[in-house]
Write a protein of this length. Structure first.
Length: 254
């Protein structure tokens, strides 16, 4: 369920960012957005003023900086998912008893049993590693606005496309890259994960493609570059954060 909420939050933010822009006189713009605009121009100056390369370098730098936060979040989620899976039979049994009674005292007793079960197994359902993801959001939002609302990009080209006009091929590339990332994300979801959660994971590539179809090509260039780092992050998460019982010293309660 937490994974589903994360996907819904991502889709909501994607749609919000697609139609909103920060006030250029506001604190957020001057504190976060303007430094990224300057950095893109700064790195572009080393490559004959190529804003496309500037976008790629800044995006890679930002994504690599926030990668430890993302990996920490992935690690926390994977660990908590594994522990929850270990005690799922007992959770289901307590929930079954709770649903079967209407007596408030009995329900309170079962609720306490559930909390005790969580405590005995070092499980906190509310702690799924969301804080690291929240910390990085202002940075990623600022980079998004620095690219999508940067009027200077309109007069620059990169590879075969103009950064200031939509490009179908860049939209396809960005969507395809996020499709790969979504596949890797769903590959190791717990078997008991609801089907709609897996479908929701594939909505983000579709939304990115649709938005990119009508957005300046600089935006799918940013998304495509970000997706490369996200794919690497997901690979690391899948390879190193799939825990086994002996690694966590989880002993099922009796």
């Amino acid at each position: 369920m937490k994974k589903l909420y994360s996907v819904l939050a991502f889709l909501s933010i994607t749609l919000l960012l697609g139609g909103c822009a920060p006030n250029k006189d506001g604190v957020f713009h001057t504190t976060f957005v303007e430094p990224f605009i300057y950095l893109i121009k700064f790195f572009a100056s080393f490559f004959d003023g190529s804003y496309g390369i500037g976008i790629i370098i800044v995006t890679l730098c930002v994504r690599l900086i926030v990668m430890p936060f993302m990996l920490r979040s992935f690690k926390s989620q994977k660990k908590m998912q594994f522990k929850m899976k270990q005690i799922k039979p007992e959770i289901d049994e307590i929930n079954k008893k709770m649903k079967a009674t209407k007596d408030e005292k009995e329900r309170a007793k079962y609720s306490q049993e559930l909390m005790a079960l969580y405590k005995d197994n070092n499980v906190n359902p509310l702690n799924m590693g969301c804080l690291p993801m929240l910390i990085q959001m202002p940075i990623l939002m600022a980079l998004y606005f620095a690219i999508s609302k940067n009027e200077a990009l309109a007069s620059h080209s990169f590879a075969w496309f103009n950064l200031g006009t939509p490009d179908i091929f860049m939209a396809l590339i960005a969507g395809a890259m996020y499709l790969v990332q979504a596949y890797l994300s769903t590959k190791y979801l717990p078997e008991e994960s609801p089907g709609q959660m897996k479908y929701m994971m594939y909505l983000s590539p579709i939304m990115i493609f649709i938005i990119s179809m009508n957005a300046p090509a600089a935006l799918p260039l940013y998304w495509g570059t970000s997706a490369i780092v996200l794919i690497i992050q997901q690979y690391i998460s899948n390879k190193y954060f799939n825990y086994h019982e002996e690694e966590l010293n989880v002993e099922p309660s009796n």
